[in-house]
Design a protein around this ligand. Structure first.
Ligand SMILES: Cc1cc2nc3c(=O)[nH]c(=O)nc-3n(C[C@H](O)[C@H](O)[C@H](O)COP(=O)(O)O)c2cc1C
Length: 362
């Protein structure tokens, strides 16, 4: 392993990693193979565990322990309870009816079952019974006293903020570090409330303001695609980085061929935020459906109740309706094993940081 180039050791110490690089949890795309490869390479491997029950969570903790002796992270969604809203369902049905008709699918569903429970006692009990080294949250402040109980059990707790106010709320809830996720990020935006007028703060503006606002270490996320972005995050006051898009093309991920191809062909302008598949804003590949639904902001069913309406449109593999999540830095990524991604990020960031240091004025 290369000598440590890192100008800030807080996250390295907190997480027990060689490199302050977190492979983002990606529900549906991250795998135990991917997370373990990252952890073995000195980063923090993560698994998207949203929607899993306690038994499945416990099994994953055991599997990860068998795959790596390094630290690893299990990630959950903290969005609270969601009940079906008849007006939102009517909106989704009306908006999607022409697409259903065109594809010969009949009428959109007229009801959806209650949403699967968000993070709650079942998952928490499993985590407390056999705590993983790190637990992270997205979409809100973890419920009740979950943070305190997880920390008391020995886990480190990370959580996503997309504004300074969210970062402050997470620090008050006791998290060990805040993930500052900018607008550029691939996948679901971790914003707490879903509002039609999301200010969309970008990583470059968000990270230093969050670093000024909280005393816990900040992990920069969103639009970091190579070592230049990693080095920049440290200049902004971050103690580490979290990258998602950069790991989609790894052979260890479970990304489908269409997903890999979209990221490979991805440009700076080939994604946009959309609520139209899950109900929460997520940055995804621009295609006919995502572009056509871009104007729909507030009226659609909440996460995850939009999925049952959108999923049938994509079931036949039609590229016009696929929901392929990735971020604005896709063009900077490569198809290579996870260990090579980590090694490259470390080498590139080290070179950038050394070059900048060399140019310091005496
Ligand atoms: C395919 C994909 C799935 C994601 N799923 C999750 C998830 O399950 N939990 C989570 O906290 N973040 C998720 N994210 C967001 C990441 O945590 C992170 O904020 C984002 O990837 C950073 O931006 P980047 O993609 O430009 O690196 C996902 C991102 C992608 C690209």
């Amino acid at each position: 392993m290369a000598a440590s180039p890192w100008p800030d050791g807080r996250l390295i110490e907190l997480l027990g990693v060689a490199h302050p690089i977190v492979q983002a949890p990606m529900k549906g795309t991250s795998t135990p193979e991917l997370a373990a490869a990252v952890s073995e390479a000195g980063g923090l491997g993560s698994l998207g565990c949203a929607g899993l029950d306690g038994a499945a969570v416990g099994a994953l903790v055991r599997e990860m322990r068998g795959r790596t002796r390094g630290p690893f992270n299990l990630n959950f969604f903290a969005h609270g309870a969601v009940a079906p809203d008849p007006a939102a369902i009517a909106c989704a049905r009306a908006r999607l009816a022409p697409f259903y008709l065109e594809k010969g699918l009949g009428a959109p569903p007229d009801r959806v079952d209650a949403a699967p429970a968000a993070f709650g006692e079942d998952q928490l009990a499993a985590l407390l019974a056999d705590p993983p080294p790190v637990v992270s949250f997205h979409f809100g402040v973890p419920p009740g006293d979950a943070v305190a109980r997880l920390r008391a059990a020995g886990a480190r707790v990370l959580s996503t903020a997309t504004t300074v106010a969210e970062a402050r709320a997470l620090e008050s809830a006791g998290v060990d570090a805040v993930i500052a996720q900018g607008w550029e990020a691939g996948g679901h935006r971790g914003a707490f409330p879903v509002t039609a007028d999301d200010a969309g703060v970008g990583t470059l503006a968000l990270v230093p303001q969050v670093a000024d606002a909280v005393s816990v270490p900040v992990i920069a996320a969103g639009g970091i695609g190579d070592g230049r972005g990693v080095a920049a995050a440290f200049a902004l006051g971050a103690a580490g980085v979290q990258l998602g898009t950069a790991f989609i093309r790894c052979p260890e991920s479970s990304a489908r061929p269409a997903h890999r191809a979209a990221v490979e062909a991805g440009r700076d302008d080939s994604t946009r935020l959309s609520r139209a598949v899950s109900g929460r804003p997520a940055r995804a590949h621009r295609n006919r459906y995502v572009d056509a639904m871009a104007a729909e902001t507030g009226a659609l069913p909440e996460y995850p109740l939009m999925y049952p309406f959108a999923a049938p449109l994509a079931a036949d593999g039609d590229p016009d309706f696929q929901f392929l999540l990735y971020g604005q830095a896709a063009a900077l990524t490569r198809a290579e094993p996870a260990a090579a991604v980590i090694a490259r990020l470390v080498a590139e960031a080290g070179a950038v940081l050394a070059r900048l240091r060399g140019k310091e004025q005496p």
